[in-house]
Design a protein around this ligand. Sequence first.
Ligand code: GLU
Length: 443
Amino acid sequence: MSGPRVRFAPSPTGLLHVGNIRAALFNWLYARRHGGRFVLRLDDTDRQRSKPEYEAAIERDLAWLGLAWDARERQSDRLAHYDEARDRLIAAGRLYPCYETPEELEFKRKRLLAQGRPPVYDRAALRLDEAAGRKLEGEGRHPHWRFRLASEAVRWDDLVRGPQHVDEASQSDPVLVRADGSYLYSFTSVVDDIAFAITHVIRGEDHVTNTGAQIQMFRALDAAVPAFAHLPLLVDASGGGLSKRAGSLSIADLRERGIEALAIDALLARLGTADPVEPVASLDALVATVDFARVGRAAARFSEEELRQLSARTLHMLPYEAVRDRLDGSVDEALWLAVRGNLATLADASVWAEVVHGPIAPAIEDAPFLREAAKALPVEPWGEGTWKIWTGALSAASGRKGRALFHPLRLALTGRDTGPEMARLLPLIGRARAAARLLGQAA
Ligand code: GLU
């Protein structure tokens, strides 16, 4: 038995943001956990709004997040398959032409609402005979096509939401083909899920209402119905949707701001689940715990501040090998280990490299004490114990303790009043630079 086949199916009509990347992440993690295949499907049938630059951005963002795909498909390459499936549905009597104009449909809708009835399409087009249809086409009208829903309650056992049902008797027959011949997503998605033998459709909760009609389409095309997992949507702190802020929460934007990819992965994989949000050193840690049964039903609260903190905590635990390729040459392993616990973003490591290597302008708070300190510097070689030996001797000689002892040293040696542990920085600064800085010289 081969593993599950899943897909992430964004439309290349905009940038990926934390909301839609969550579906990508769960698809990828699920495939990796169960030895399956992850397909990236670009839903680009909307020719007007789909753009190559968005396609490139989607691929770059997924790659950056570590979510490699096993295959990539484009819906615009697959139009012949949709034509064929459309013809099968027509032959089976499940797809029928409708000639109403948008104005006529709106009029019917309003009339039903005024009567206090649900605005369900009345299937008037089913009562047109062929001659009437030909006549309308002769007048230049092009039909759109609706899927004839079977009047039944469609049931499925959602992997996140549990048993679900949609009563199709109370739904309008959905339009699958527009009057210009183009297809709607709900149809092309089913055709592709069949063609790529997708076993699990993992997507946002906003698609739950499509699922009933889609299940009927799978059956009408004689195909096996996949399993469905609908993830709760993300909301902001006030409970509102994130979509209006999609721009500022785009993956590209977060990357620009120095947020770690692993932190985005860790937060989105764990938010709203039974597992704690915590930093991880690799995606493997997330693969091991992905489980739809542990995803809660409630909307998951996304906080940018939580992401920023998780990103910093991720840096604090990453070994040098994990970041080496992204660091500039001035940051070696010893420097990384000395400063990582103080970083908000990776770029800050270079700032500390400049502080260590100099030249910096020392801040002199107490010149006589610092002159004594310079004289008392131990001989090299230096290690992490040097700071303790040196400051112990200074304390004994001057009677200083705590802040009065340490603060002037830190200011002179780094030019800053906070930063990584001095015990780790001092051996990297080295004796010559330390001595010069203590005497107030730029070094
Ligand atoms: N292109 C659809 C979307 O972005 C795909 C939905 C699905 O996963 O079925 O909403």
